[in-house]
Design a protein around this ligand. Sequence first.
Ligand code: SP5
Ligand code: ZN
Length: 342
Amino acid sequence: MRTICSEDHRLHFPQAELHAGQFVTPFERPSRVEYILARLRERGLNDIAAPDPVAMAPIRALCRPDYLAFLEHAWDEWKRAGCAGEIIPASFPARRMNADRAPTNIDGKVGFYALAAETAITAGTWAAALSSAAVAQTAQRIVAGGARAAFALCRPPGHHATADMFGGYCFINNAALAAEAFRADGVARVAVLDIDFHHGNGTQDIFYRRGDVFFASIHGAPEHAFPYYLGYSDETGEGPGEGANLNLPLPPGAGYGPWAEALDAALARIRAFGAEALVVSLGVDAYKDDPISFFTLDSPDFLDAGRRIGRLGLPTLFCMEGGYAIEAIGVNAVNVLEGFLD
Ligand code: SP5
Ligand code: ZN
């Protein structure tokens, strides 16, 4: 299985994450990629290549134009306004306020386009987000070209990003971009399986009214876990998308027993949907030692999860998402790939 990875992910390395009332070094940091690359090499998965140049047209089709303009120019506007630190949202269009009229003021704009305050934007964020999208695009082309699978080692991750909001460490939804690319290549039915600990709110939102892309997510129940305001089991899709959204929330402390049961349920629904290509939002923050999550999966469980996904027999693109137990992220992510290849 070929891995696509860009060095440009390093351009995004904020110093600050608002966590538990303090600024801490972000959990989502550049070294995550190094650990995954090291483990790939250790396991002989040495086919690692850089992405082709980013294709902007599909990104423009996926995201709202004003949101992309914001991401591209936010840093310059922030600096021009005399702000000293990294871009961190502090005001939000909450209930009964104007959530569809963007302010001109950069501080107002930042909150308008944010869904959470933990994610900072820095000078290199736009370039890094585009490189991550390019990684997903290039890996998707490999699968569309006939490979059984490819690994898009995306960083920053994408599954929390909507067409018009950043947050949860995400800026552009790489998995959604890949799913759309399969559709554009003529694949009639595509499934996105999100096994990151956190609900893939961005991916759900993008495809919620679509009957051609099935979305399934196994995640910490929204009553207890970020992103908190989406991911309930009664969110089943709308209009033409009714029945094409499957949320499988699990309670604090959930281990591989219930998690694997949820995975089998998701895989059965993907099979029944008639998917012809699969995008896996591959987060490994369901791991027992993850510092911001509450499932208790162990490293061998990721191997088993990969095996089950492999038994679907679909052309599969793995897109890297979360995972913050950094010393274990390589083993856990590569275990999913190795299980798949078994
Ligand atoms: C891609 C991805 O995995 N994004 C995750 C974003 C999580 N952001 C905020 C999480 C807030 C968690 N608070 C946890 C308290 C733990 N003691
Ligand atoms: Zn996550």
